[in-house]
Design a protein around this ligand. Structure first.
Ligand code: PGA
Length: 252
């Protein structure tokens, strides 16, 4: 069965609730009735309520950009999966390279978050990807293997079904440099092979692997046409309704 692609927006630290509402006012009519691919938007936490209200009844799911694995407690500044569900989220990004680089995210915390997200019934988007120095040193495969093996640790084949992975080479994020469709496909095959070891072949075949890193309207079609690429995680180009629409409607 072909995998349904997911085109997801990662707004990072951009937009107020009012700006989020304005985005959806312009974006929703542009993608109304579009059902070829799944669409999700991940705004900052404080925009989630406005985004859920604006996108209610539409074909666009709302996700968070991070979460904490504990159910509740004295964890100042953290947000639980139950809170995200109650707020109307369906998706959550886990282990984005910016969180790994600037906020102490590790392979171990990614694994804890992934298990908690699955237990809560959220669709996790787990980010992996090598740094420029790692690619230049020939370490891409080692890094991707380490990140995926550790992320998947202790998760069974059945529970793994909702997992979505995003391959985001760190040197391609926000830089205007993209991996070629071939480079991405190669990384995706390696990730899928690790998934097969962890979850078995059928689950690995069903696993969606997105590409992220400077996906733009003018390169989306080439990337999304690649059989191994099951969608996109889009940063900069997702902030504008028109440019995100052209990515959602790649090839049309
Ligand atoms: P970018 O970000 O599209 O701005 O490169 C992608 C991401 O970090 O998810």
């Amino acid at each position: 069965m072909p995998r349904k692609k997911l085109i997801a927006a990662n707004w990072k630290m951009y937009k107020t609730p009012e700006q989020a509402t304005a985005f959806f006012r312009d974006f929703l009519p542009l993608v109304a009735g579009h059902s070829r691919d799944e669409i999700a938007v991940c705004p900052p936490f404080v925009d989630i309520a406005a985004a859920v209200t604006a996108a209610k009844g539409s074909n666009v799911g709302i996700g968070a950009q991070d979460m904490f694995w504990e159910k509740e407690g004295a964890f100042t500044g953290q947000i639980s999966t139950a809170m995200l569900r109650a707020a109307g989220c369906t998706h959550v990004i886990i282990g984005h390279s910016e969180r790994r680089q600037f906020f102490g995210e590790t392979d171990d915390t990614v694994n804890k978050k992934l298990k908690a997200a699955l237990a809560a019934g959220l669709t996790p988007i787990v980010c992996v990807g090598e740094l420029l120095q790692e690619r230049e040193a020939g370490l891409t495969e080692d890094v991707l293997r380490r990140q995926t093996v550790n992320a998947f640790r202790g998760i069974g084949a059945v529970e793994s079904a909702p997992i979505t992975v995003a391959y985001e080479p760190v040197w391609a994020i926000g830089t205007g440099r993209t991996a070629t469709p071939q480079m991405a496909a190669e990384a995706h095959r390696l990730i899928r092979a690790e998934a097969a070891k962890a979850f078995g072949e059928p689950a690995a075949q069903a696993l969606r692997i997105l590409y992220g890193g400077s996906v733009k309207p003018d390169n989306a079609t080439a990337l999304m046409s690649e059989l191994e690429i099951d969608g996109a995680l889009v940063g900069g180009a997702s902030l504008d309704p028109k440019s995100f629409t052209s990515i959602v409607k790649w090839g049309m």
